[in-house]
Design a protein around this ligand. Structure first.
Ligand code: NAD
Ligand code: MG
Length: 395
């Protein structure tokens, strides 16, 4: 039987790459559900092409406009509205696999629903795991879900490890996540004050959504990935290390107990980790071009400097902090990046907003380790309010 796919965030960079891979294998995949936030035209075009059973829009007004258009064109798709629609689809009996490609903590409730319903859960939405942490992993375990990493670094680590998870702890000394260093790796730190959203989103190696592009420029993306790796592979924070590798050819590495190093390499193309998540434990064509070894000039490595990328180092601090610290980190960063993208905050102030929010909110944390995920979402909201106050004061 074909795998019935629900793609949450189908109009984004990961969503469209997922559809690109699925289109190469119509014998394997059936797209039954799509979702987007507010871009009606993009989702309508996908409904025409894929004729899914459901299309959901988290923005209710947008959903109404989509419903009118879908009816006018006589498409077979039922349109659902509001954030709850994503939760309903993620846990639906007629869905086998959920691609979680929403950006931000907004994707957490749907991820929890997929986890609890025991789905095959393809996780691109790293913020959901950064906020949900132990609760997210417990839901995966209790629901019997299969959690497959889509982030290229985590897919690389996953590809280097055997299928039997019970052997991982014994084998791994530590892991090294590679980072490109983003567009400002060599820029004069003093020149970063006046960086525009366009400059920050011009990534040297990857084409991605705007939020993750800004995160790559500050290296907060790698901080989120350190936290993501801690949970995906059940590692101590000190077992997760980061090295800058500007060519983005080595996608990450496992350093084994015997000092053997396992790495996964390839051209930088998200369709590779997406195809692996879709087909695991098999391998299918992804559409990516072959790695041309003879065309490679050199593979180089640098240590990330604290002065240039202070946000990166908050990952380990938040992981060692009280329960909920990583949710505060993520919320403050989402607010700061949104303010930067709408030109209400300087690029260099993103870090100050995150660091200040952590300073004010972390000492107030007193969550027990087994709080329901709703408490983490309430904390997310509180940290956002604090971050917005700080942003307003900076203006
Ligand atoms: P994007 O901005 O291109 O797309 C985001 C998608 O989510 C869109 O379909 C949008 O409609 C939807 N969306 C936005 N806000 C929403 C909300 N509040 N509720 C419901 N849906 C909403 O982002 P992207 O680059 O595709 O990234 C998606 C996720 O994948 C992020 O968590 C990102 O960190 C992760 N990721 C992306 C890449 C990449 O190459 N793009 C690589 C690794 C990880
Ligand atoms: Mg990544």
């Amino acid at each position: 039987m074909r795998q019935r796919l629900c793609i949450l965030g189908s109009t984004g960079s990961i969503g469209t790459n997922t559809l690109d891979v699925a289109a190469r294998h119509p014998d394997r995949f059936e797209v039954v559900a799509l979702s987007a936030h507010s871009r009606v035209d993009d989702l309508l075009a996908q409904c025409r092409q894929w004729r899914p059973r459901w299309a959901a829009m988290s923005d209710v007004d947008a959903a109404q406009r989509l419903a009118v258009a879908v009816r006018a064109e006589g498409l077979p798709t039922e349109v659902l509205a509001g954030p709850q629609a994503l939760v309903a689809l993620a846990g639906h009996d007629d869905v086998d696999s959920v691609m979680a490609a929403v950006v931000g903590a907004a994707g957490l409730p749907a991820c929890m629903a997929a986890a609890r319903a025991g789905k095959r859960l393809l996780l691109a939405n790293k913020e959901a795991l950064v906020v949900g942490g132990a609760q997210f992993i417990a839901a995966v375990r209790e629901g019997g879900a299969q959690l497959l990493p889509i982030d290229s670094e985590h897919s690389a680590i996953f590809q280097c490890l055997p299928e039997d998870r019970s052997t991982w702890a014994q084998r791994i000394d530590h892991i090294v996540l590679t980072a490109s260093g983003g567009p400002f790796r060599q820029a004069d730190p003093l020149s970063l004050r006046d960086v525009t959203p366009e400059q920050a989103c011009a990534h040297p190696n990857w084409v991605m959504g705007r939020k993750i592009s800004v995160d790559s420029a500050t290296m907060m993306n790698k901080a989120l990935e350190v936290i993501e790796a801690r949970w995906l592979f059940d590692l101590a924070p000190s077992q997760v290390k980061v090295v800058i590798h500007p060519q983005s050819i080595i996608h990450s590495m496992v350093i084994c107990r015997d000092q053997s190093v396992l790495a996964q390499l390839g051209t930088p193309d998200m369709r590779v980790p997406i195809a692996y998540g879709l087909s695991f434990p098999e391998r299918i064509a992804s559409g990516a071009s072959a790695l041309d070894f003879l065309g490679l000039k050199s593979l180089t490595f640098e240590a990330p400097e604290r002065a240039r990328f202070p946000g990166l180092f908050l990952a380990w601090e938040a992981l060692e902090g009280p329960h909920g610290s990583t949710a505060v980190l993520n919320a403050a960063n989402e607010e700061a990046v949104a303010a930067f993208l709408s030109r209400r905050l300087r690029f260099t102030d993103i870090h100050d907003v995150v660091a200040r929010t952590l300073e004010l909110e972390v000492p107030r944390l007193s969550l027990s380790l087994d709080v329901p995920v709703e408490a983490l979402l309430a904390l997310d909201e509180q940290a956002r309010r604090r971050a917005r106050e700080i942003i307003a004061r900076l203006n």
